[in-house]
Design a protein around this ligand. Structure first.
Ligand code: GAL
Length: 671
């Protein structure tokens, strides 16, 4: 169903979707006309309308004003521009917040979050849900058949969490559902420690202040609940819209967003969508962007929507650098290279006031006499050349495990041997060498099927499910290669240490046990020598590893663990498992991961290209499209093409070595 809906949308748009958030309620009707004219000039074919329009559509409870939106949608339609129509439920009007303060979320410190921001709702509040359902229903009923509407954008960046009020009650219901009875909860939460045993459901509350020494399983369950309760807001709106419309329904995800398990969310949507704001002041930000793009593609295993990016600067950091000439174009193709079929921005026209008045826009404050506009117009004019790429998918031999339960266990509960883990950073540090060596990577969750991959990488899975541990073991036994990072396989889903320790889940797999985890002292580093003779430096973390069936692939050279294993290799069935028991310096980690992947038969997309060039392949109906993006702002790059073909952007036949100018892009249909 979802695939059919997306196929129809692709057919309707006839190529890459180009456009952005359009907030006409901020402007006079005369401006709307100019907007549509300029959108046409820029090649815009899809805009998201209504994200923040609740107060303009329902100024008083139950009293709707739709005339202005009717006019805007008619205008857009007459200009040939399709609409991704939003429900405005992220930003409730003042009558709701002031009339019913219980809809406001309570922060972790017990303070109520006030009106005058956005995301000021408690997702569990029945009053909020009722109001959100009413406006959703009214919009869907009125516009489902409007010819401009092409897809639905529910709310915006679902994210609020409330630690009090309705959420506290909903948390208890969620726990009842999960555990059935209180004894099971007491067991799961290990409440015999510190005498935390509950004797009635009413006693169970959300964990309050961050970093306090509270029960780690309570914290973990609250995170699971927070994701689920928000997802209920999404599915409630989705079901309402679906009663009126068969068009695709989505919402926009955020980069490395901890509070929503996007694997679960993606199953409820027709298509996955992402907002991404890489910091143009940080050369490296493209690596995390690529990882997020691959994650989006993997969530549903297909093309996704780049819902928002900045045309140039954002306004959310202490210093907001511009995207220099060419960066916006390169970043847009980067998303397409990793599976996006859209290039959309926040926002179409720069706002004159409000918090984001300096956030860049497709149409900046200086209008069409601006560099950004010229770059937008050029990109909009060019995207038609790669229309045939839409719908193309990609395949990878490497799966990188990225799972929200693993993340929550590691970062959101306390009392670990060290409490400054950064899951996203760990994942990025393993992903970077793969990206720079041009290997195709899928992301996988604990639930993902692993067959079909040659190599599965688990940078960290402190918390692990039985089912995943078993699937990983079967994958290795059947000939797969697995690499596991330190402090993995330690606890079960209840955050309880698996026995026999450590790592209870992976002990047989890695062929060793860990007597103790040894976080490094401040400033401490260690020499490591690989069996190959190569030397490296490690820091931050050590483990005292006792070999069982495994062998040392590398040993510590100095310190109290000198001569003891730092990296272990184990043969399991037909497969190979490598366990990395320390934090290796980046170059050594890269060598280890790439050597292991290559030994498993993983091939690069291009054999010979500099690290600053991104290379991916998308395929459709027998055609292979090679994307090459040179992220260097200063250096040209030469890439040896695996096959001859045609660069769709220039129309030129290409073969042998292709030269990319700084920030240059090529999309080669391989012959
Ligand atoms: C997103 C959000 C947009 C806008 C944008 C730029 O997070 O969905 O509404 O705020 O960031 O900051």
């Amino acid at each position: 169903m979802a695939d059919d809906r997306m196929a129809r949308l692709r057919e309707r748009l006839g190529g890459v979707a180009f456009g952005g958030d359009y907030n006409p309620e901020q402007w006079d009707p005369a401006v709307w006309r100019e907007d549509v004219e300029l959108m046409r000039r820029a090649g815009v074919n899809l805009v998201t309308v209504g994200v923040f329009a609740w107060a303009s559509l329902e100024a008083e409870p139950g009293v709707f004003t739709f005339d202005w939106l009717d006019e805007v949608l008619d205008l857009l339609h007459s200009g040939g521009i399709a609409v991704d129509l939003a429900t405005p439920t992220m930003a409730p009007p003042v009558w709701l917040s002031h009339g019913h303060p219980e809809v406001l979320p309570v922060r972790e410190d017990g303070q109520r979050f006030g009106f005058g921001n956005r995301l000021h709702y408690d997702p569990a509040s029945p009053r909020y849900r009722e109001a959100a359902a009413r406006i959703t229903d009214a919009i869907a009923a009125r516009y489902a058949q409007h010819p401009s509407v092409a897809m639905w954008h529910l709310s915006n960046e679902y994210g609020p969490v409330s630690w009090g009020g309705a959420s506290a009650a909903a948390f208890r219901d969620w726990l009842r559902e999960r555990y059935g009875d209180l004894e099971a909860l007491n067991d799961a939460w290990y409440t015999r420690f510190w005498g935390q045993r509950y004797t009635a459901w009413e006693q169970v509350e959300p964990p309050e202040v961050p970093r306090s020494w509270s029960n780690p399983t309570r914290r973990l369950d609250f995170l699971r609940f927070a994701s689920d309760v928000l997802l209920e807001c999404f599915t409630t709106e989705r079901d309402i819209v679906r009663r009126y419309s068969e068009l695709p329904i989505t919402t926009n995800f955020m980069r490395f967003y901890r509070r929503a398990d996007y694997w679960r969310w993606a199953q409820e949507e027709d298509v996955v969508a992402l907002d991404i704001y890489p910091n143009p002041g940080e050369a490296d930000s493209r690596v995390a962007a690529a990882l997020n793009f691959d994650l989006m593609r993997s969530l549903k295993g297909g093309p996704w929507v780049l819902m928002e990016q900045a045309a140039s600067a954002v306004s959310q950091w202490p210093v907001n650098n511009v995207k220099r000439p060419g960066m916006m174009r390169a970043g847009s193709y980067q998303a397409i290279a990793h599976g996006a079929d859209t290039v959309l921005f926040f926002q179409w026209r720069a706002s004159r006031g409000g918090h984001e008045r300096f956030h860049s826009a497709m149409l900046p404050h200086s209008g069409t006499r601006s560099r950004t506009w010229r770059e937008i117009e050029a990109l909009g004019g060019e995207l038609g050349r790669i229309a045939e790429v839409t719908g193309a998918t990609s395949r990878a031999d490497v799966a990188l495990v990225f799972d929200w339960n693993a993340w929550w266990g590691l970062m959101e509960t306390h009392g670990l041997p060290r409490n400054d883990f950064d899951y996203a950073e760990l994942e990025t540090s393993w992903y970077r060498p793969l990206l720079e060596a041009h290997l195709a990577v899928d992301l996988a969750s604990f639930e993902s099927a692993l067959d079909g991959y040659r190599c599965v990488l688990v940078p960290n899975a402190y918390l692990v499910t039985d089912a995943f541990a078993q699937r990983l073991a079967r994958f290795a036994e059947a000939g797969g290669t697995v690499v596991i990072g330190f402090f993995s396989g330690v606890v079960d889903e209840r955050n309880q240490v698996l026995q026999p320790a450590y790592p209870g889940a992976f002990r047989q797999l890695i062929g060793a046990y860990i007597d103790e985890y040894w976080p490094a002292r401040a400033g401490e580093s260690f020499g490591v020598r690989f069996a190959s003779g190569e030397e490296a430096v490690a820091d931050w973390w050590q483990e005292s590893i006792e070999l069982e069936t495994g062998a040392a692939l590398a040993e510590f050279r100095n310190g109290l663990l000198a001569g003891r294993p730092a990296v272990v290799e184990n043969r399991v069935g037909e497969g190979r498992v490598v366990y990395v028991g320390t934090r290796l310096e980046a170059s050594a980690l890269a060598t280890l991961l790439l050597d292991t992947a290559h030994a498993a038969g993983v091939a690069s997309v291009v054999a010979d290209a500099p690290a600053q060039v991104e290379a991916t392949m998308r395929s459709k109906g027998g055609a292979d499209y090679l994307f090459l993006i040179n992220h260097s702002e200063t250096d040209a790059a030469a890439v040896r093409l695996p096959r001859a073909g045609v660069d769709l952007l220039t129309g030129a036949a290409v073969s042998g070595t292709l030269e990319l100018e700084p920030l240059g892009v090529a999309v080669v249909r391989c012959g």
